[in-house]
Design a protein around this ligand. Sequence first.
Ligand code: ZN
Length: 261
Amino acid sequence: MSAIVTPAVILRTQPIRESDLIVVLLTPGHGKIDCIARGARRSRRRFPGGLPVGARGQVDVGRGRGSLAVLSSFAPSSDHGRLGRDLDVFAYVAYLCELSDQLVGGSASDPTAFAWLCEAIEAALAPTPAEAKPGLLRRYELGLLESLGLLPALAECSVCGSPGHATEEGVAFSAARGGILCLAHARMARRIPAAVLGLASALLEPDPEDRARAYAEADRETRRDLRDLCRELIAPHLRGELRSLAFFAQIAARPKPPAPE
Ligand SMILES: [Zn+2]
């Protein structure tokens, strides 16, 4: 790889040797890049804002001696201060980045996945009401699966394109067979409530207001079912455990401050 200057998101960092940092970046044109940031842990001169996971900015990456590229500069494109101050925001962004790190494979160009991630981080940093935030995660999970070609058919039969077979229990669905199924192809398939599939499709819509409304109008059960469906669709593609999920559980379990009068 020759030297490149590109927008990037920091997906993961790992200390190495006394003062260096391994930094895994996601970029629109070069997929994931593993690089080394020399001296990043000792001096903040070259990386004044630090290199926090979830930070977006412009990177300067050069050829290294081994398989690692060399990160020579990082210019943040937005203020990431909230990442260090707000535990909930930190947890959301950590999850978005870890999921991307695990699902995105190599160095293939994928501007769509990159754009999805930037949008999701932006939304996590924005002052979104707490109850709306899981909707941002679902949108990113579904969008990332879609951009990687891993999203099952949600609107019509995955085999023939006919309308899905719906009964009172829901629409016929099989992840293994590619998504929802019509009457002719629905044999032995499980059922997923139509509202869950409807919410999934609504979260992939381009208009943020439409998406927010769809999520706000969904009942608890539908939201929970969609969360479980997303986890199920993601699981076969993971290379390891998602550690940020354990962190989520921890902060959800912490004692709540007393409600204001
Ligand atoms: Zn069919």
